[in-house]
Design a protein around this ligand. Structure first.
Ligand SMILES: [Zn+2]
Length: 58
């Protein structure tokens, strides 16, 4: 298994304050499960996390 610099981030939705774990390099737009606000979106090779990052998971 190739070691990629990928990880999961715990983010906090800026709209509703709900916390959600998302992949740091999403291949598609990731929306908040509560309110549907955009939390992260794919930009080139590296995803762009829009929401506030509150933690990291290995
Ligand atoms: Zn939300």
């Amino acid at each position: 298994m190739a070691a990629q610099r990928s990880k999961f981030l715990k983010v906090k939705c800026g709209d509703c304050g709900g916390e959600q774990v998302i992949f740091n390099r999403p291949s598609m737009v990731v929306g908040c499960q509560v309110c549907g606000a955009t939390l992260a979106k794919p930009t080139g090779g590296t995803g762009h996390v829009v929401a506030e990052v509150v933690g990291e998971l290995a």
